[in-house]
Write a protein that binds this ligand. Structure first.
Ligand SMILES: [Zn+2]
Length: 271
């Protein structure tokens, strides 16, 4: 676990997203939860040392950010699109996946439920807890439902997966041009540190590099479309894995992710 500022902690070593939490004068506010139940239980013990969990914010609609909600108290807050994704998630599929990839987690799934948000936002929501302010801002990009969590008193933003720091980004549900705009809006927040969805904690100086990565993806697929390639031809030809590696826990997925990213951009850019 990393202490980002006096009151903010984040874990970048778990499999899945980077969960974090903020210690306020009136309890703890969590941002995302560990994907693996064994990690969620460890994380719960860690957080308990800092106080009771008051709120839990999910930054986006992918399971690596919300599967661990089950293990925590606190009122869950997320974008309404994330609530829909959570309500549509299948516990049977989760069990099947863990059975194949990480069966040591299965005993912890007794009585499992997804613990969906009871408070949602579509554009903005401001939460005041103790002496801290949490500005939740919809920033479409990695999906339309991304939420950045800005804590001005600490000068920190939890960016969601709109920032993948030096690891390969997932674009399979991306809105690519809005992503570029959202990164501009992100750079306007007065922050010293960004806690990205994946990869190590970074500073706002990384934002231009992230924009360049998204632009490189747009350019590669636009080029293939303008040359008249079919989707399959574009998928066979395009790989940007030499730019950034996969996260180590996901390494085997690299070639498949390239095809998923191409498929999404091909569909969006063809319009
Ligand atoms: Zn994601």
């Amino acid at each position: 676990m990393q202490k980002v500022t006096d009151n903010i902690y984040a874990e970048t070593g778990f499999r899945g997203c980077n969960p974090g939490f903020v210690v306020t004068s009136d309890g703890v506010v969590m941002i995302d939860t560990p994907q693996m139940p064994v990690d969620a239980v460890k994380w719960r013990e860690e957080i308990a040392r800092h106080g009771p969990v008051r709120y839990l914010i999910n930054t986006e609609p992918h399971g690596d950010h919300f599967t661990g909600n089950h293990f925590f108290e606190g009122t869950v807050i997320a974008h309404e699109g994330t609530r829909e994704a959570i309500l549509a998630s299948s516990i049977d599929q989760l069990k099947e996946r863990l059975q194949q990839t990480a069966p040591e987690n299965l005993p912890l799934l007794e009585g499992f439920s997804y613990h969906p948000p009871t408070i949602t936002l579509s554009e903005r929501l401001t939460l005041y807890v103790g002496n801290h302010t949490f500005q939740l801002i919809n920033q479409p990009g990695h999906t339309p439902y991304q939420v950045a969590v800005y804590i001005p008193e600490e000068r920190v933003v939890f960016t969601s997966d709109n920032i993948f720091h030096k690891v390969h980004p997932f674009l399979h549900q991306a809105v690519p041009y809005q992503w570029l705009d959202s990164l501009d809006r992100l750079s306007q927040l007065e922050a010293d540190f960004l806690v990205p969805g994946h990869g190590s904690v970074c500073t706002p100086s990384y934002i231009p590099e992230m924009k360049a990565m998204i632009q490189a993806w747009i350019d590669a697929v636009s080029d293939a479309i303008s040359k008249g390639m079919t989707l399959e031809e574009a998928q066979d030809k395009i790989s940007l894995l030499d730019r950034y590696p996969m996260e180590s826990s996901n390494e085997a997925m690299g070639p498949m992710l390239q095809r998923m990213n191409v498929a999404r951009l091909y569909e969006v850019l063809k319009k």
